[in-house]
Design a protein. Structure first.
Length: 132
């Protein structure tokens, strides 16, 4: 298992961050990632969450919000369309936060940018992440 454990402590915050210049002129540019929440909070699973934020220069977008109650204990595929940011220096931030009780373990795996041009054979760029 080569996934990243973003956080597991109560009341904590974990981040994985990268910046890159997204390809310009592609038919589509898509962020793909797998996430999993292993949660110990039966009655209140939605107090812990994973946010995905896209930060082009001079702007901020918050396209995805996952809670521990969304398909817990299974790997889930996340997809975010990034074509509109082509040619821009863009930050991609995964931020997991846990409430004050009953910790949730947040995992992230296979983070990639899929770029499709004419004919769309698909080029995949796996992203390096910087852990804070």
């Amino acid at each position: 298992n080569r996934s990243v454990l973003l956080i597991h402590d109560n009341g904590g915050l974990g981040e994985a961050v990268t910046r890159l210049i997204l390809p310009e002129g592609a038919d589509s540019v898509t962020l793909r990632y797998w996430w999993k929440a292993v949660d110990s909070e039966d009655p209140q699973p939605n107090t812990d969450w994973l946010d995905v934020m896209i930060e082009p220069r001079g702007g901020f977008h918050h396209p995805a919000h996952h809670t521990a109650g969304d398909n817990p204990r299974r790997w889930n595929l996340g997809l975010i369309e990034l074509t509109q940011f082509g040619g821009q220096d863009t930050g991609i931030i995964f931020q997991a936060r846990n409430g004050p009780s009953h910790p949730t373990q947040w995992y992230l795996d296979d983070v990639e940018i899929e770029v499709c041009g004419e004919g769309c054979g698909g080029t995949k760029l796996f992203l390096p992440l910087v852990m804070d």
